[in-house]
Design a protein around this ligand. Structure first.
Ligand SMILES: Cc1ncc(C[n+]2csc(CCOP(=O)(O)OP(=O)(O)O)c2C)c(N)n1
Length: 331
């Protein structure tokens, strides 16, 4: 579909970021499955890249972000170094968290990424807290707080949105709705009209977007980010997307129809859609292919750097970690 006044540079930037995210995750998957080098589970966001690329592209580097267990794409889009991320997944020195956090606790404060989180929904109140901190400091940053559709059925969803509304906090809540909560279809366990309706009931302005259309996500993100920054009040985005793979890299997703999944991937892949948009705007296939091969080469190099990095020294085991108790007592 050709669009009038199409911004090719933005379109290419969106595709570049989506290709980088997918290449990072395919490479991490290889490192986990083929090489058995990844420590702990990883949750891939393959099929959801347009949300990360469109959303985070609208942020400033000093804006803050809080993410979930499925947060590689958000973290990369926020500006984290893929080699440091890969080292983190492999538990190596030089990882974003010194190799001690792993995929589900990946963070890079240098680019405003306050952390992934393995506790479903917990990041909603953490994001509200970060926004309260920004309010108290009195600067013009905003917080983007991303969570899954399963998270809206836990208490922190109500607590975080309510707190942000009552105190007038600069936070954009984003429900990245991939239709599944681990092995359960979210629609089967969610009463009422879902995420947006609940946010509206608390008084937040709500937008719903096709989360597999990177251009649409970028447009709505630009307007919502500006709104939150100017109003210093919360807003809500419901981005509808689809998780193409299993819940974790080792989940074969046998609880859903493989044929349905294949049909969805064939008709609604965000990278294919963005390539089509750019092709319609006159970008040659060879140029689009080069973006992909560049991304693959970048992430292969990140994996090699991670493999070459040493593990943290044993005498660092209890530095930079919380709740260490009294390890000497256990000796
Ligand atoms: C409090 C809590 N309950 C259960 C789990 C186990 N768990 C991990 S991910 C997940 C599903 C989350 O679904 P959603 O929020 O939609 O995110 P998605 O995995 O689809 O990205 C569950 C139940 C957990 N990590 N934390």
């Amino acid at each position: 579909m050709s669009r009038p006044n199409y911004d090719r540079d933005r379109g290419l930037a969106l595709l570049t970021m989506m290709e980088r995210i997918r290449a990072f995750e395919r490479t991490a998957e290889q490192a986990a499955v083929r090489d058995q080098l990844v420590l702990g589970a990883i949750h891939l966001s393959i099929g959801q890249e347009a949300v990360a690329a469109g959303l985070v592209g609208a942020l400033r580097r000093d804006d803050l972000m809080v993410s979930t267990h499925r947060g590689h794409g958000h973290t990369l889009a926020k500006g984290a170094d893929p080699a440091a991320m890969m080292k983190e997944l492999l538990g190596r020195q030089g990882g974003c968290c010194g190799g001690k956090g792993g995929s589900m606790h990946i963070a890079d404060f240098g680019v405003g990424m306050l952390g992934a989180n393995g506790v479903v929904s917990a990041n909603i109140t953490i994001g509200a807290g970060a926004a309260h901190g920004v309010k108290l400091l009195g600067d013009d940053r905003i917080v983007v707080d991303i969570f899954g559709d399963g998270a809206i059925n836990r208490g922190p969803f109500l607590e975080g949105l309510n707190w942000a509304a009552v105190f007038g906090l600069p936070v954009l809540f984003v429900c990245e709705d991939n239709e599944w909560s681990a092995t359960t279809r979210t629609a089967d366990m969610t009463a009422g009209d879902g995420a947006g309706a609940r946010a509206r009931a608390i008084g937040l302005p709500v937008e719903v977007v096709d989360g597999n259309d990177a251009e649409a996500v970028a447009d709505v993100a630009r307007s919502l980010v500006a709104r939150v920054r100017d109003s210093r009040a919360p807003a809500f985005l419901h981005a509808r997307t689809f998780r193409q793979g299993g819940h974790t890299y080792f989940d074969p997703a046998s609880y859903r129809s493989a044929d349905d999944t294949a049909a969805r991937i064939a008709s609604d892949d965000p990278i294919d859609r963005q390539r089509a948009a750019l092709g319609a705007a006159g970008v040659a296939d060879a140029d689009l292919d080069r973006l992909r091969s560049d991304a693959e080469a970048e992430m292969a190099a990140a994996l090699e750097a991670a493999k070459a990095a040493p593990f943290p020294d044993a005498d660092q085991t209890f530095t930079d970690v919380q709740d260490i108790g009294a390890p000497e007592a256990a000796a």
